[in-house]
Design a binder for this molecule. Structure first.
Ligand SMILES: [Zn+2]
Ligand SMILES: [Zn+2]
Length: 181
């Protein structure tokens, strides 16, 4: 039986039908594949719209608002699979949860040490080659992949810190994001 509804409405009914299908175990490979494709499309679109190098948990929270039946495990698994397939980048950051990046060409990042916001840094095309050349010269390492992450404070957090300092009230209790860093 083919569901002719395409697009968002079809996607929603497909997703909400997930539990029922699992119970029935109808075992239709075509339907399984189609649901997976719909879910993956939704997850990739959400990640793109969030445009913030979201963690798997952040993507799940966003999807959950409109599609409460899609499970956390499904979102986590599909993001991990998409990263393995090269459809997105999985960033392993120094001081934050892994983030997923819709931009897959090699590029650098800067992470806010206060709020965890991750921002792209576009670098000259030849920077990776020059970096690799430096490593080759220094230690004879064979470089297989790289990820350059800078740490800093984002403009919003810098403004908050400046405002707090100006008030003379900056303290542990007035650092709002401290626990999440
Ligand atoms: Zn920040
Ligand atoms: Zn990025």
């Amino acid at each position: 039986m083919k569901d002719n509804k395409e697009g968002e409405k079809g996607g929603l009914s497909d997703l909400t039908a997930e539990k029922k299908t699992n119970e029935i175990k109808s075992g239709s490979p075509a339907k399984e594949t189609r649901r997976s494709t719909v879910q993956k499309t939704l997850i990739m679109r959400t990640l793109r719209e969030m445009n913030c190098h979201a963690s798997a948990g952040m993507v799940y929270e966003e999807i959950h608002k409109n599609y409460p039946d899609i499970s956390r495990a499904t979102v986590f698994r599909m993001l991990a699979n998409a990263a393995e397939d090269g459809d997105l980048l999985r960033l392993k950051l120094a001081e934050a949860d892994d983030r997923f990046d819709i931009t897959t060409h090699p590029h650098c990042h800067i992470t806010c040490r206060r709020c965890g916001y991750v921002c792209d840094i576009e670098t000259p095309d030849d920077l990776p080659r020059r970096l690799v050349g430096l490593v080759d010269d220094a230690g004879g390492f064979k470089v297989e992949k790289y990820h350059l992450e800078l740490m800093g404070v984002c403009p919003d957090c810098a403004a908050k810190e400046a405002a707090s300092a100006a008030d003379g009230q900056y303290s542990e209790t007035t650092a709002p994001d401290k626990q999440s860093v």
